[in-house]
Design a protein around this ligand. Structure first.
Ligand SMILES: *[C@@H]1O[C@H](CO)[C@@H](O)[C@H](O)[C@H]1NC(C)=O
Ligand SMILES: *[C@@H]1O[C@H](CO)[C@@H](O)[C@H](O)[C@H]1NC(C)=O
Length: 380
């Protein structure tokens, strides 16, 4: 053991020996390090990459936290553990490459200890060893942690690829916590195996704001949009990768979909900020974002297209969040698939989405194509 340091050992050993019993007194004193997700993320050999979106888990204290808006006959035997069970079943059924939690992961006012609730809420995804990313909603910080503390904590959990904020921007120069991007590389063995061919943007849409003396919901600020536009430009300089964006609170334009076309349910008013900070304008100008995934309004699970970009709600997932009896809790799945070239996989050919209901058979509904490329870039 000490072959390379004979002399120091002779000095140190007598000093260390008395400490030895401590090892037995504290058998679990070994430092617990984060289990990292295998990065970079990449497409599978079969040319697919699948994301599970979990919107609004609203996790509280677990077994003692009751379900809201379930049938009376089911209320007595329903708790946060039903949310846990649904998450486990979804991960098992879809076997996603990434799970994205789009905010209100914990319901602060029902969570006595934020850390404990986070551990319980994210346990199924950590146990599955699936890489996962989370952003914050408007309720996460209502317990014992600030938004900054929550994002740092979440970024340190097993298999989490969440980040507090981009390392390329000074912390004081960007609003919010949980603005970051993640890229996905091509399949192993293909010409694009070292190229980022799919971009994922995560943004903090805040909680609440006072605007001209009126209380309204949070919104994405110019500092965040500036970072987003710059990042998109840098990524696209390397490769014209299609992108997806994830944030919790919708933007005002989503309201207009009521008068247009949408796929899914539009059952409640879009609860967003009275401020229009120009998110849509930025996304359109970037050109790479094909779809945006939202949470917050649990009774909405629709997708609708605005200026060439799809806006899709996840639909409420958690049993402690408000919902509707007889309208099962649900989750969204997003799947990207590559174009098959003559000799190897090329860039992304199509992006689809569907939802699954927490009924007996995890019914699959509203399968639709969000984007399809006619000319895929790449060598063949
Ligand atoms: C909650 O879980 C229990 C036990 O697994 C199950 O019997 C019950 O039907 C579930 N309730 C709902 C509303 O899904
Ligand atoms: C990807 O990078 C690895 C390591 O640098 C290299 O060995 C491999 O040839 C590269 N593959 C392609 C397709 O460029």
């Amino acid at each position: 053991m000490c072959s390379c340091c004979r002399r120091p050992c002779h000095i140190l050993l007598p000093l260390l020996l008395p400490l030895l019993p401590l090892l037995f007194l504290y058998p679990s004193a070994a430092p617990r390090v984060k289990r990292p997700a295998p990065l970079p993320l990449r497409f599978r050999y079969d040319g697919t990459f699948k994301i599970l979106q979990v919107a609004d888990m609203h996790f509280g204290n677990g077994l003692i936290t009751r379900c809201r808006d379930v049938e009376l006959s089911e209320a007595a035997w329903c708790s946060d553990l039903n949310t846990t069970r649904f998450l486990k079943r979804m991960i098992q059924a879809e076997d996603p490459d990434l799970v994205v939690f789009t905010g209100d992961n914990i319901f602060g006012s029902s969570a006595t200890d934020a850390a404990e609730s986070l551990f319980q809420a994210f346990r199924p995804v950590m146990e599955s060893r699936t890489p996962w990313a989370a952003i914050l909603g408007n309720h996460d910080q209502e317990s014992t942690m600030t938004r900054g503390e929550l994002m740092s904590f979440i970024s340190l959990m097993d298999y989490s690829i969440s980040q507090v904020n981009p390392s390329t921007v000074e912390p004081t120069k960007i609003d919010g916590f949980g603005n970051y991007d993640v890229t996905v590389k091509g399949a192993f063995g293909s010409e694009l195996s070292n190229t980022s061919i799919f971009s994922l943007y995560f943004l903090d849409s805040g909680d609440r704001e006072m605007v001209n003396g009126f209380k309204t919901y949070g919104y994405i600020k110019e500092s965040q949009l500036a970072w987003l536009r710059r990042t998109s430009q840098e990524l696209q300089a390397n490769f014209q990768a299609p992108a997806l964006a994830f944030f919790h609170i919708a933007i005002p334009e989503v309201r207009d979909l009521w008068f247009k076309e949408f796929i899914g349910h539009y059952q409640e008013g879009v609860a967003c900020s009275s401020v229009n900070s120009g998110v849509l304008k930025s996304l359109v100008s970037m050109g790479d974002v094909k779809a945006v995934f939202l949470g917050h309004d649990h009774l909405n699970d629709f997708c609708g297209e605005i200026d060439g970009i799809w806006f899709c709600y996840g639909g409420g997932f958690g049993y402690h969040g408000y919902g509707r009896a007889h309208w099962p809790r649900r989750a969204r799945v997003i799947s990207a698939s590559l174009r098959r070239g003559k000799r190897n996989w090329l860039g992304i050919e199509a992006i689809r989405t569907w939802k699954r209901l927490d009924d007996g058979k995890l019914s699959k509904i509203d399968d639709q194509v969000l984007w399809r490329d006619d000319e895929v870039e790449g060598l063949d």
